[in-house]
Design a protein around this ligand. Structure first.
Ligand code: F6R
Length: 596
């Protein structure tokens, strides 16, 4: 996920407009940034680091031109270096491009372009675009046609903005990555999100997939990629510029919960072939370990518990360890692969466990969200969950993308009988999560139980880590007591805590023996007068014993875990919101824990 801005007609204010726009988009990525302006030539300034560093780099830089584009990056291909920062240029320097998304066929295009003499200066997938445009221009195409032709060769997701020397136009195209036009008087804008230009106009046009836009100071057009005109509605934004960054959501956490369908799609993109029934993941090589040991902390540990079960179910011995405990008594390693699951890639406990494993000579793999993070650099291999930046301290979209990434990892290393069935459940997951986001009654559950003494969460199998995660989310943002249990454990002690003022959230999916056992555990708490909130796909008869049911669509038990978790994220969020807590920055907590 990256942020794009473009503007035409801002005259002397062009550079300020670009940099201000990028600062409102920093939530979309913040590992490098850059701008390009076009007049008779194209000038580019870019740097690794945050927008503040771009501002410093721009001091004294002589950029001219009242047409410009800018970009704030969240790395997907290549670490966050100056060279990998956007905009990227062609060999002549006359074309500059910014891009958000992932170009799946970039390697093929890059090989082809390199073979015909183009020189590449970065590791990015994006850089193929200016070179494709360059070829088209060299063949005599006008810029608009050149860019349309170039873009039609791309496979994958993209929001692209382009400037060309000698042309007072910003060109843009969209496929599965957002772009919106802003319409001012004698000036036009383009951005990944409205806050980037909300200070200048409230008139907007949302681009749809497969559309191409041309922006000039006195006008704009939208066509298909083939050049057929498209009629677009102009919408008026009714919120004010102060509500920026969160795209209208009250908190980053709520926004990030709602970003899950997109994040999951991004995580799946290009890795899963449903027709062939295969999963291929880049950069991991041919790993076929005898066993897998996961090391992780907090939410990532819950994803690791889930991941270990995926491997065990595929016949590979696997265990999840709390990273901080792993180092106190390292288990026998033999030919194990040690997998660090870490959103930030910077968590000290996880890094320490991974370093311990490496010192003992075993292979390590980082499953992380941050390209170029310490874990990604230090491990033998890195596998990216592609969730985009997460600003809220409480992990939400990164947990669900970790779950999906670990499914991909397990499927890529094993020959599971049910691969096709799982792939199809993964394919349906983003739309099923969207359905829950649209229909969940979590808010009314939160209102009913906001004054509970404590909250308990129970689950079995794939739903056990979800119970743990539901409780962690509840405690960290509501500051109320919450515990997650394997439902079979309830009767071995925790049942003593259950009263009529301790709601029990029970995740029950399917109607097999496991489901029947957990329904039995639900009856045990119901008999002690505890309110029961069932998270159910409707297959078992748990609703007979529940005070509330949070429904999930019928799916594979693995993907049911992601869906159930979405409801629990929302319940925790709404309880915390009723208390008026600082949800994005819970007390005593930090996003990246760099001490052991
Ligand atoms: C909880 C949360 C933390 C992190 C943990 C590990 O919402 O975010 O429990 O999961 O600190 O962080 P990473 O995944 O960055 O290693």
């Amino acid at each position: 996920m990256c942020g794009i801005i473009g503007c035409v007609g801002r005259d002397d204010a062009t550079l300020d407009t670009l940099v201000h726009g990028l600062s409102t988009l920093e939530y979309r990525g913040y590992d490098s940034a850059g701008v390009a302006t076009a007049s008779n030539s194209v000038d580019v300034v870019k740097t690794s680091g945050k927008i503040e560093e771009l501002r410093e780099t721009l001091e004294g830089a002589a950029l001219t031109g009242d047409v410009g584009i800018g970009h704030t990056r969240w790395s997907t291909h290549g670490p966050p270096t100056d060279a990998n920062s956007h905009p990227h240029q062609d060999c002549t320097g006359d074309v500059a491009v910014v891009h958000n998304g992932i170009i799946e066929n970039y390697q093929h295009l890059r090989d082809e372009l390199a073979a015909s003499g183009h020189t590449f200066t970065s590791d990015t997938d994006t850089e193929v675009i200016p070179h494709l445009v360059e070829d088209q221009l060299a063949e005599g195409a006008e810029p608009e046609r050149a860019i349309r032709n170039a873009v039609s060769r791309l496979e994958g997701s993209y929001a692209v903005a382009v400037v060309v020397a000698g042309h007072g136009t910003v060109y843009a195209a969209r496929n599965d990555s957002p772009l919106v036009l802003g319409l001012g008087e004698d000036e036009t804008f383009l951005a990944s999100d409205v806050p980037a230009f909300r200070d200048y106009t409230d008139q907007v046009v949302y681009l749809d997939d497969g559309e191409f836009a041309r922006l000039e100071d006195k006008g704009w057009t939208v066509t298909t990629l083939d050049g057929d005109p498209v009629e677009k509605d102009v919408d008026t934004i009714d919120w004010d510029p102060e509500e920026t960054g969160k795209s209208g959501y009250d908190h980053y956490m709520l926004k990030e919960i709602h970003e899950q369908p997109r994040a999951l799609r991004q995580c799946l993109r290009g890795r899963v072939d449903e027709m062939a029934g295969t999963v291929t993941i880049e950069d991991v090589g041919d790993l076929s370990p005898d066993g897998v040991q996961f090391v992780a902390c907090g939410t990532s540990y819950h994803a690791a518990l889930y991941g270990a079960q995926l491997f065990r179910d595929a016949g590979i011995p696997a265990q999840a360890f709390l990273a901080s405990e792993y180092v106190t008594s390292v288990p026998p390693l033999s030919d194990a692969l040690v997998v660090g699951v870490t959103q930030s890639g910077e968590t000290a406990d996880t890094l320490s466990a991974l370093r311990t494993a490496r010192k003992r000579g075993v292979k390590t793999l980082a499953v992380t969200n941050v390209v170029g993070s310490t874990a990604a650099r230090e491990c033998n291999h890195a596998f990216y969950i592609r969730a985009g930046p997460e600003i809220g301290v409480a992990a939400s979209k990164t947990f669900s993308t970790q779950q999906v990434a670990l499914n991909q990892l397990a499927l890529s290393m094993t020959d599971a009988d049910a691969t096709r069935e799982i792939i199809s459940a993964l394919r349906d997951l983003p739309s099923n999560v969207q359905r829950i986001l649209d229909e969940s009654t979590a808010r009314s559950v939160a209102e009913t139980y906001e004054n509970a003494d404590a909250y308990f969460f129970i689950g079995r199998g794939y739903q056990y880590p979800v119970a743990l995660e539901g409780a962690l989310k509840m405690k960290e943002i509501t500051y109320k007591h919450a515990e997650g249990f394997a439902s079979g454990e309830l009767k071995h002690g925790p049942l003593a805590l259950v009263t009529e003022n301790t709601p029990v959230f029970a995740v029950v999916t399917g109607d097999d023996e496991q489901a029947r056992k957990i329904v039995g555990n639900v009856k045990e708490v119901e008999a002690r007068d505890a309110p029961v909130v069932a998270i159910s796909d409707g297959q078992s008869d748990v609703s007979r014993y529940a005070d509330h049911v949070l429904e999930i669509p019928e799916t594979h038990p693995r993907t049911a875990a992601v869906l159930a978790n979405t409801h629990l994220q929302l319940v925790a969020y709404h309880v915390a919101n009723l208390f008026g807590h600082n949800i994005d920055k819970p007390r005593n907590l930090a996003k990246s824990v760099t001490v052991e």
